[in-house]
Design a protein around this ligand. Structure first.
Ligand code: PLP
Length: 439
């Protein structure tokens, strides 16, 4: 086979996205404005119904889908604001899988909380092989200080939220909701913690936009499962706005969604009580600063990309599913473990294709990566466990399952610019390289 050059995860941008960005640039409104608000409503509709083509400009749908999703400049910002709105602060503990990307943990640290890592199940979930948390360890780790659990839908595979909620419910008696400090944010956080009444489930859905799972017999899309969720629209993700992300939450009894949405706006725009659009109204210059907060809003240029990506998203997911079918059959033939992206009760967003080669050392894994790169195939590793990183202490001894999962793992390229011939080439190179290293 002739040598090809296969990048790991290039963005899939068409003339549709380009034209929408050009229209935005010509429109006179380039920062947060009408396109961002429309994208928020369309994402809310997509999360609720799974449909990407609901007209969110009608009066009825503006009412229905507003104040449900907030678009921001990253998933990290979305997770941090989720935790801030929940009132997570110094003295609180947040439980995070040892097997994830740093943002899942760093957002909690930025809030002043202590992160406690949870090891994963040995070899991951028995059905999907996704590196999910060890749920017994999770339950045993909940103390009176625990305020949030951050499950991570790695590769777009949805965690077992039913189990996570059951654990949080069982440990409800340990939970002490924060009392208000009499500030607007403190009031809201206290109301939210009282309304939830247990450790909050704050999902890292950076990979899982469009994924779904049966929860108590009902199909639910990510964003509508956990109490709060964060999505990433970074350039390498299935759905991109170049950089970008969104926060979503489930409605809480007794709390107006508009109140939560308003607090997200304040937290993401310097705590300023009027956004740029509101200030353009005649004579409406004056504003107040409610808190010394963040600057992490999404611009309309980013939202323009997202609007057209959302139009294309079902087709993008379908193409990913086709590629996965090819990879699955080759990996099964080679005796290589791989993530299972579809089960009877779960359909992933097909974001990453993780494989694990049984019986090899981490040196051999690195050789596989190098040899595939020499043949033009870019691969990756998702992830080096966080406790191995300098920022988290460089000691994985308490997380043996996370280390074991990582040591023989390679992530294959999975994206919608891959042609059938590219997929065939990746499979052929994988077979050839494995034959070489296995001897
Ligand atoms: C699991 C996970 N969480 C969070 C993030 C952070 O996303 P963002 O770059 O949009 O902040 C990433 C980014 O790759 C991720 O993989």
């Amino acid at each position: 086979m002739e040598k090809r050059s296969i990048p790991f995860s290039p963005p899939d941008i068409t003339e549709l996205e380009i034209a929408e960005v050009v229209d935005t640039l010509r429109s006179g409104w380039i920062t947060t404005g009408p396109r961002t608000k429309l994208l928020e409503r369309r994402l809310a509709a997509f999360i609720e119904t799974g449909c990407n083509d609901i007209d969110c400009t009608t009066h009825e749908n503006i009412e229905r889908y507003s104040n449900r999703v907030v678009c921001l400049n990253s998933a990290t910002a979305a997770e941090e604001l989720n935790l801030r709105i929940l009132g997570i602060r110094e003295g609180d503990e947040v439980l995070v899988p040892a097997y994830t990307y740093t943002a899942s943990a760093s957002a909690a640290i930025h809030c002043g909380a202590t992160v406690k890592f949870i090891d994963i199940q040995r070899d991951g979930d028995p059905v999907t092989h996704m590196p999910e948390m060890d749920y017994e360890q999770l339950e045993a780790s909940i103390t009176e200080k625990t305020k949030a659990i951050i499950p991570v839908d790695i590769g777009g595979i949805v965690c077992d939220y039913e189990k996570i909620f059951e654990i949080a419910e069982r440990k409800k008696n340990l939970f002490k909701p924060v009392e208000s400090d009499q500030t607007p944010l403190g009031d809201l956080s206290s109301c939210i913690q009282h309304a939830i009444g247990r450790v909050a489930v704050v999902a890292d859905c950076a990979h899982s936009l469009g994924a779904s799972r049966l929860v108590r017999g009902q199909k639910k899309n990510c964003g509508a499962i956990a109490d709060f969720s964060s999505f990433s629209f970074h350039a390498v993700k299935n759905f991109t706005t170049a950089e970008g992300g969104a926060a979503a939450w489930r409605p809480l009894e007794g709390i107006d969604n508009a109140e939560i949405y308003k607090m997200f706006q304040l937290l993401s725009l310097h705590g300023q009580n009027k956004d740029a659009l509101a200030k353009t109204r005649l004579g409406a210059w004056e504003y107040d600063i409610i808190g010394p907060w963040y600057k992490c809003n999404m611009t309309d240029i980013m939202a323009a990309i997202g609007l057209r990506q959302l139009d294309r998203y079902p087709d993008l997911l379908a193409r990913r599913a086709e590629i996965i079918r090819e990879y699955d059959s080759v990996c099964d033939e080679l005796g290589v473990f791989h993530l299972v992206h579809r089960t009877a009760d779960m359909d992933s967003s097909k974001h990453l294709y993780l494989i694990r080669v049984p019986g090899i050392s981490s040196e051999t894994r690195n050789q596989i990566i190098e040899k595939m790169a020499e043949q033009g195939v870019a691969t990756n590793v998702h992830y080096k466990p966080l406790p191995m990183m300098t920022a988290y202490g460089r000691d994985c001894s308490k997380y043996p399952n996370a280390y074991d999962y990582y040591h023989n793992l390679v992530t294959l390229p999975l994206h919608t610019l891959l042609s059938d011939e590219d997929v065939e080439y990746v499979c052929w190179i994988l077979k050839t390289v494995l034959k070489e290293v296995r001897g």
